[in-house]
Design a protein around this ligand. Structure first.
Ligand SMILES: [Zn+2]
Length: 445
């Protein structure tokens, strides 16, 4: 069992913020919010002579680059999460809010955790957030690791949903807490005319045996449609937040992140209510990617973002990982349409060498891709610019995908084809058509 109270307190002086630029004034009519995801705290992380025992999450593999802020084969030490929050806190303004799309516990064998251990990690992260951001509301979504055994979230009330509803009382109102404790989802007005809708997409996650045969687990689809209908009637805009994204995994061939049937169903709901949904925000893949939802005529109708993780962990068999990351979104205060993403990161190797965490701005999305804003048409423009002509944009996109992990790693041919079709197509028929019709264009390069 993990010693959940013994955190690694190895470092650290407050992270210098000289390199994390902020504009003292947002442009008129603009506000912003923060997105953190996949914290994956590994309380067992500790430095010592044997690299195979630095962290339980490396599962015996040698964490040869281990330093005070972590290792690419380990989940986050507490020092990494604290340095992220400290850097963020220095940049926040009182009117900001935070979305937090889940996955707090570490990637460790099932017998190293328990329901109590999972709840303790979620509680620890909740308290750490409240300490660093006492004035901000945080809107959480549950991830597949926020349960024990992982992925097995039930379609009815249980100890984890109830614990989350208790822990998140400072941020959520009674109506939201009531659906949260029953099914792990909720909605709440975040600003006048802006509703955050937090979905429990773990109910649709392939490995979840608890919901395998259910047609509408926890009645979430019914609730989602009713909530969107009400929002439309009340002339609200909605931001969808969830852990497991809709759409196709950018690194796999023809695989949706959630079950195929649930994906098609969600896509059809999101198309029907695209006039209400002003943005979709996800985690889970640990990498940085975008998706544009097209309607049946090929018109761009919704913008979706998958934010990179705070944890730097990669599987020992994977060729690359991501540097630790967090981001802000800028939005128009009038209609809540999206203007920009500011993506921040920590160069983990450098931070360990210097024993100092200089979180820096990695890129600004509109500037990196020459876009006027991040509305659906602009994301379609971005997606089309990734198609081979050859694409001058794609290497930049792929480097951001890995949060600047290693620019010498490239993605061409089939790898690029998967990435680009996942940006442009979220439903099965049009994704399959993209892969088959565009394959020749990618293989000629
Ligand atoms: Zn995760």
């Amino acid at each position: 069992m993990l010693e959940l109270h013994t955190f690694v307190l190895l470092c650290c002086s407050a992270a210098p913020l000289w390199a994390a630029p902020t504009r003292s004034h947002l442009p008129p009519g603009t506000a912003r919010f923060w997105h953190i995801t996949d914290l994956h705290l590994d309380p067992s992380y500790h430095l010592g002579p044997d690299p195979t025992t630095v962290c339980l999450s490396s599962k015996g593999a040698a964490a040869s680059g281990a330093g005070v802020f972590g290792d690419f084969l380990c989940d986050s030490p507490f020092s990494l999460i604290r340095s992220a929050f400290t850097s963020m806190a220095a940049l926040t303004q009182p009117q900001d809010f935070i979305i937090w799309t889940g996955d707090s516990p570490p990637h460790v064998p099932v017998d190293k955790l328990s329901t109590d251990a999972v709840v303790q990690v979620i509680a620890n992260m909740t308290h750490t957030l409240r300490q660093h951001f006492p004035q901000l509301t945080v809107y959480p979504a549950l991830g597949n690791h926020d349960y024990w055994p992982q992925d097995q979230m039930p379609d009815s009330t249980n100890a984890v949903y109830e614990a989350a509803a208790e822990l998140w009382k400072p941020w959520l109102q009674p109506e939201a807490l009531s659906t949260l404790s029953r099914g792990g989802f909720y909605s709440q007005l975040a600003r006048p005319g802006l509703r955050i809708l937090s979905l429990n997409t773990i109910l649709y996650y392939g490995p979840n045996r608890a919901t395998r045969n259910a047609t509408d687990p926890a009645g979430q689809f019914k609730w989602l449609e009713a909530t969107l209908q009400d929002a439309a009637r009340n002339q609200e805009k909605v931001y969808i937040i969830a852990h497991v994204p809709v759409g196709f995994l950018p690194f796999a061939s023809g695989t949706t992140a959630m079950r195929a049937g649930a994906n098609e169903r969600l896509v059809s709901v999101f198309r029907r209510y695209s006039h209400v949904i002003a943005g979709q925000f996800y985690g889970h893949t640990h990498r940085d990617s975008v998706m544009v939802l097209l309607d049946r005529r090929g018109e761009a109708v919704s913008s979706a973002f998958v934010a990179p993780a705070v944890t730097p962990i990669r599987n020992v068999l994977e060729a690359y990982s991501n540097n630790p990351a967090f981001r802000t979104y800028w939005y128009h205060t009038g209609d809540y349409s999206l203007r920009d993403v500011w993506q921040y990161f920590l160069n983990l190797t450098e931070a360990n060498q210097k024993q100092r965490s200089d979180w820096r701005l990695e890129y600004v999305m509109s500037e990196a891709f020459g876009l006027t804003d991040l509305q659906p048409r602009s994301l379609l423009q971005l997606g089309l610019s990734l198609l081979p002509a050859p694409s001058r944009t794609f290497p930049t996109y792929f480097s951001h995908y890995m949060v600047d992990y290693d620019r010498s790693i490239t993605c061409e041919g089939e790898c690029q084809l998967r990435q680009v079709c996942a940006v442009l197509h979220m439903d099965r028929p049009s994704y399959s058509k993209c892969v088959s019709e565009r394959r020749a264009g990618f293989s000629q390069l």
